[in-house]
Design a protein around this ligand. Structure first.
Ligand code: PEP
Ligand code: MN
Length: 336
């Protein structure tokens, strides 16, 4: 059950409601926004909606057991804007995240970073812990790789993003500006709960076979634990079509925009699996109203240790960015 207090509820009114809940041995999370929201894990259906609605200071009470609430437009009408250093995700801003699939060496990171920044990317990506389908594929450089990413970000004055695969690694990510939860971990609930307790922005990718509701419920795990900084990322879903690596569900951007206030970006690289399709999908994603893109770029894709086939060469990234800028101009969006 979720109890939303009035914006002008007094401290003693809030404490009164909290004490009743605590006395009933239910767990309680408190979300401090413009107004206080209390989230109660009342799996016993112990608490009665009518009773709580009548308490002083209470604005509304609802059950949100099966569906999301904090991620919804009912909870927050206006779009959420998430600030990462000087980069803004959300309403009216368009962010391009670019970089290699995997961090491979300091030289590779420095080369790519300078180029993607020059052509308009504002966040640098790079994977250090790679969730690979085969245990024999390159698994990433781990902590050393994270250090290479962070140094390239600092040297080139760009915030950085990298994927985490376990809650035991959170300390290693203290200098990473955005933590990515990959498609395979979208429903790793212990990871989501741990990330809900930090205040770093989280980029939550849609699972390979996740419905939009399941994706938003995963976001809800992070929000309900107290971290309001969630950016969603559509990266394609598994369908019966084998030509593309995944089928890019661009309609999900429209659905998410309708249902949720959270920013949503698109990853055309993992959707397509082929570099030849990345530009077209990027332009389509920008046109449909995404708040940004995450594009894999490599200085020498044929030698990339992962996902070379879907990585753009630098000159192709430049061409794609020139076209993206035209679309963001038409839409009146600012390239953040
Ligand atoms: C990635 O971004 O490197 C990645 C592994 O993506 P996904 O989780 O979408 O497959
Ligand atoms: Mn990749």
């Amino acid at each position: 059950m979720i109890i939303k207090m009035k914006e002008n509820a007094t401290v003693s009114q809030i404490e009164h409601v909290k004490n009743i809940i605590k006395n009933r041995n239910c767990t309680l999370e408190e979300i401090k926004d413009n107004a206080i929201t209390l989230i109660i894990n009342d799996s016993n259906e112990f608490l009665e909606k009518d009773y709580f609605e009548k308490l002083d200071g209470v604005k509304e009470v609802c059950y949100a057991k099966k569906t999301f609430y904090l991620a919804s437009r009912e909870y927050k009408k206006e779009d959420t804007i998430i600030k990462v250093k000087n980069v803004l995700f959300g309403e009216g801003h368009f962010v391009v995240i670019a970089g290699p699939c995997s961090i491979e060496s300091p030289e590779q990171m420095n080369d790519i970073t300078k180029e993607v920044k020059k052509y308009g990317a504002s966040v640098l990506r790079g994977g250090a812990y790679k969730p690979r389908t085969s245990p024999y594929s390159f698994q990433g450089l781990g902590e050393n790789g994270l250090r290479m990413l962070i140094s390239a970000g600092i040297e080139n004055d760009m915030p950085v993003i990298s994927e985490i695969t376990s809650e035991t690694m959170i300390d290693e990510y203290k200098d990473v500006d955005i933590i990515q939860v990959g498609a395979r971990n979208m429903q790793n609930f212990s990871l989501l709960k741990a990330l809900s307790k930090i205040d770093k922005p989280i980029l939550l990718k849609r699972g390979l076979s996740a419905t939009i509701e399941e994706w938003l419920l995963s976001a809800e795990y992070i929000l309900s634990g107290g971290n309001p900084n969630v950016i969603l990322c559509e990266r394609g879903i598994r369908t019966f079509e084998p030509y593309t690596r995944n089928t890019l569900d661009l309609s999900s951007v429209l659905v998410v925009k309708q249902l949720s206030h959270l920013p949503v970006i698109v990853d055309p690289s993992h959707s397509a699996g082929h570099w030849q399709m990345v530009e077209g999908l990027s332009l389509a994603a920008a046109s449909v109203g995404a708040d940004g893109l995450m594009i894999e770029v490599h200085n020498n894709p044929s030698l990339a240790l992962s996902d070379g086939n879907q990585s753009l060469k630098i000159d192709r990234f430049k061409d794609t960015m020139d076209k993206i800028k035209k679309i963001t101009n038409i839409l009146g969006k600012e390239l953040s």
